[in-house]
Design a protein around this ligand. Structure first.
Ligand code: TRP
Length: 361
């Protein structure tokens, strides 16, 4: 068997395992919300879109509202893995915070903070780097994909070691659940390895770090309006903060096919089915039923239904977002308060790490 074949097979097997673990986890949140600590984050590289909303944001709000302690990270240091930090960063970060608050993340319960605001979190990178080998870093498929997507010839040291930085993001608050897309599973595996090795080496009797679990979304992967991967940089996704007009325009230009009869058949008709699925998610209905209702309405009918469904669903969120974005001082305050909470936790963790590592003098 070829090497790529073997890799595909083992990636599939670990994806199946991760899905099974996610399903088991889901069942326990309601019984014991306080037994978990969730950390997730996003890069501040552009507005969040419907893929984020249905893939993860909605789920974060649900966990928060179930009483699961949750923290949200603005991964600003990740943006410099493959580019210089642009002067638009402060604005991008504010927009991201506005997206979070508009969808229902409540900063009083769920601290929101940025990497660069919490030095003690970043400090964990030093011991963590000592626990992984260069070949392990070289094998990470997500880093390879990100390098390819960046258009750069070679990886920066930070991109190469980014999975270790992400382990610091997760372990600084000893999170045990990380809601992520499946592209992030290799990073999560690295985090688990680091936690395990740290415990073996420095705290063998009583594990200090948990080995966090991925929580995968049960929503099938949404495609962009061009049928490609939905992406902030491809302008093929409806931003949460887009206007109704922009939404209509993007959907009008969406790729479809020439069959007038609308059906939900993701394998044979990926583009049309993706639009049907998006409408169904917005309407909280079954995609087959949505397709049946449109029937012979063709692409035009489908797009009309979808535009209305998206705009309807996002209307209250957008209204909140529009108000929030005027309040830049408040958005900064949210971040600074989140950073104070995260900083206190990171300081405590770093203190324990130093004691365990015999570097506390
Ligand atoms: N790497 C994630 C992404 O590219 C963002 C991220 C950074 C993250 N740190 C994290 C996600 C910690 C979950 C937990 O989207």
């Amino acid at each position: 068997m070829s090497q790529t074949h073997t890799q595909d097979r083992s990636a599939e097997a670990s994806l199946a395992q991760a899905r099974a673990r996610s399903a088991r986890l889901e069942a326990t949140f309601i019984e014991d919300p306080a037994g978990y600590r969730v950390l997730t984050g996003d890069r501040p590289t552009g507005p969040l879109h419907l893929g984020h909303y249905f893939g993860t944001l909605r789920n974060r709000v649900r966990l928060q509202n179930l009483g699961v302690p949750t923290m949200v990270l603005v991964a600003d240091y990740q943006t410099i893995t493959d580019r210089q930090s642009p002067s638009s960063l402060p604005r991008d970060v504010e927009e991201l915070v506005a997206d979070y608050l508009a969808v229902g993340i409540d900063p009083a319960r769920t601290p929101i903070f940025a990497h660069s605001q919490v030095p003690e979190l970043n400090q964990l990178m030093v011991p963590f780097l000592s626990l992984v080998s260069v070949p392990e870093l070289e094998r990470n498929p997500t880093v390879k994909e990100e390098l390819a997507a960046s258009g750069l010839q070679v990886a920066s040291g930070l991109l190469f070691t980014y999975p270790v930085h992400q382990a610091a993001d997760i372990l600084f608050c000893r999170a045990n659940v990380v809601p992520v897309g499946k592209d992030q599973l290799p990073h999560l595996e690295m985090t688990r390895v680091i936690a395990r090795r740290f415990n073996q080496r420095y705290s063998p009797r009583q594990p200090f770090f948990p080995e966090p679990e991925a929580l995968l979304s049960d929503v099938p992967l949404l495609l962009g309006t061009d049928g490609q991967k939905m992406s902030k940089s491809r302008t093929n996704a409806v931003a949460i903060g887009a206007t109704e007009e922009q939404t209509a325009r993007l959907i009008r230009a969406a790729k479809t096919d020439s069959d007038r009869r609308i059906t939900y058949d993701p394998i044979k008709r990926p583009e049309v089915s993706n639009l049907v699925l998006l409408a169904a998610l917005c309407l909280e209905r079954d995609p087959h039923e949505v397709a049946d209702d449109i029937g012979d309405g063709g692409a035009a009918g489908l797009k009309r239904v979808l535009t209305e469904a998206v705009n309807e669903r996002l209307r209250p969120i957008r209204a909140r977002r529009t108000a929030l974005i005027q309040e830049r001082g408040y958005l900064r305050e949210v971040l600074n308060a989140g950073a104070r909470t995260a900083g206190a936790i990171a300081t405590e963790t770093l203190g324990s790490v130093r004691r365990l590592m015999h570097t506390s003098y």
